[in-house]
Design a protein around this ligand. Sequence first.
Ligand code: SAH
Length: 283
Amino acid sequence: MPNALVNDLDLTIAQIIRKYDLLRNKKRSKSLGQHFLCDSSLLKKITYCALPFDNKDIIEIGPGPCGLTREIVECSKDNNIYCIEKDTSLKELHKNFQQNSNSNVNFIYDDALKIKPQNLTKKEIIIISNLPYNVGTQIFLNIFKDLSRISKMILMFQKEVADRICAKIGTKAYGRLSVISQLLCDVERIFDISNKAFFPEPKVMSSVIKVTPKKNKILGIRKLEQLTEKCFQFRRKTIYTILKKMNLEIETDKVLDECKIDKQTRPENITPKKFLELSEKLL
Ligand code: SAH
């Protein structure tokens, strides 16, 4: 039984992992993508990217042993902090954190995929997360369904996913995720983190990115999602062939002409803006 009287804030993250034997159930840890960042200077660096907090509320997805949560609390000036965690076996650890950290931190035990950030608070929101690798993209796309009141997000992904989000047009990584992310947000890669910084070590490298939703709202994102899904499914084909394949009731030549997109262009060479223009004319 862990000693509840010990203030966990006096321990390192590695000591907390040991104290609560967090990795005792290997299967559970693996399925929850639990790779804990133990290096406090990196945890600080991630948190500083989210500053200033102003009077916004902070949402952290997957606090785990509270490495990142500690730094968020350190930077907080009475900001409300909501931590969404799927692993209920961390409750005792979180209770210790809550009692000792003297902050407005709330733990919510649920699947982040089922939670709409806007339902947690009426204020402006900053999201900070070292996302679980296995569902990181899904959680990200889920947040994209409604970006209202989200002022910025500092997110850590598997490097390959961050590459896709930030990819430049014409590159191999450029795809659906790049188009949708870059249309709705400004995306910026901040730094990479070696797999050695985690316990247990993942096989992949990680990257931290900053995602800032754009002010202008885009309607009809559904159409864009459908179009980009088809296009990047056939990324070696020309846009003309793909649109024909989609059996739309449109004059493909005319629509492409109106959007000033050459018939022979491949999806990877179409800018996010052009994709939006095209999707508005289709479906
Ligand atoms: N923030 C910590 C832990 C990152 S590991 C750190 O930086 O070290 C990912 C965390 O997300 C784990 O705590 C895991 O239990 C949690 N998690 C996994 N899937 C989740 C989901 N669907 N919803 C909420 N939390 C989830």
